[in-house]
Design a protein around this ligand. Structure first.
Ligand SMILES: [Zn+2]
Ligand SMILES: [Zn+2]
Length: 275
């Protein structure tokens, strides 16, 4: 049964661009396989034409309930809690932080897959991560029309990381989320990660203090051309994981200094608070 379903999906995906399947909503609701438990389910919403990345749901209803319970989070640090702010005003430079899920199984494995995998495993992991981000955005009680982001900006990674991985995980997330929320994605280079010294080193394994110090010089200034893209606009910075918030804080400070009206940080996963 499952190989047959996979074959149908492959055929459907190949034919979507030619057939404009968005005009046939029921066909877009063919049964799909849950990214977590592998059960077959029918997505709540039809897919859009021509691009499997826009199919809106990658987790079955049971896994959605179990893995995405909608835990309230602090609007500043995105850690789970009562929903009240748990940290001091001014500790982070952004207006609002949202996280799709905690950085633990299975979410941590999916983040690892989009970060380091060069295979179809990367694309399979992308769907549930964006499911979680979309749900966090839709459920957040902190949005208001005045600061609803004008555009999504993928968190930049250093040229060395881009060469090493061959893709940018934050760009993959931003593109898929942008289509779902119908927000434009700034794919032009707005912020550039520094290539010099320790700032380009892996953040993995560093202490909180080391990460903050490491990121102080981690970005080059926003170019005049890029300033025009962000001046007076509300920007949502998109990244795969927030650990201390150091990278997002450094990027936010550059965007605000360059004239962004406000910055929100939307991440797929948030690491738990240190014990
Ligand atoms: Zn499932
Ligand atoms: Zn907090």
């Amino acid at each position: 049964m499952l190989p047959l379903v996979r074959l149908c999906h492959a055929l459907g995906d190949a034919l979507r661009p030619a057939l404009n399947i968005a005009a046939w909503p029921e066909l877009g609701r063919w049964p799909r396989q849950c990214a977590h438990c592998a059960a077959l389910f029918r997505p709540a919403r039809p897919g859009l034409a021509g691009d499997d990345l826009t199919v809106p749901q990658h987790l079955c209803p049971d896994c959605c309930t179990a893995l995405l319970p909608g835990t309230p989070r602090c609007r500043r640090c995105a850690l789970p809690g009562s929903g009240r702010a748990c940290c001091q005003p001014g500790e982070f430079p952004w207006h609002l932080a949202l996280a799709g899920a905690d950085h633990e199984a299975p979410w941590a494995q999916w983040v690892w897959a989009i970060k380091f995998s060069h295979s179809s495993a990367s694309l399979r992991a992308l769907g549930p991560l964006v499911d979680a981000m979309e749900q966090a955005v839709q459920r957040s009680p902190h949005h208001d029309a005045a600061t609803w982001p004008d555009a999504l900006l993928p968190a930049p990674q250093s040229p060395a990381r881009w060469r090493e991985r061959g893709h940018s995980q934050s760009l993959l997330l931003a593109r898929m989320l942008g289509r779902r929320l119908q927000r434009p994605v700034l794919t032009q280079e707005v912020l550039r990660r520094s290539v010099a010294g320790a700032s380009a080193a892996h953040q993995i394994g560093l202490t909180r203090r080391e990460r903050w110090d490491n990121m102080q010089q981690g970005f080059t200034a926003v170019s005049l051309q890029a300033q025009r893209l962000i001046q007076g606009r509300h920007i949502a910075l998109i990244d795969d994981v927030m650990t201390t918030g150091a990278t997002a804080a450094a990027a936010s400070q550059h965007l605000l200094a360059a004239g962004a009206a406000s910055v929100q940080v939307w991440v797929a996963t948030r690491t738990p608070a240190p014990q």
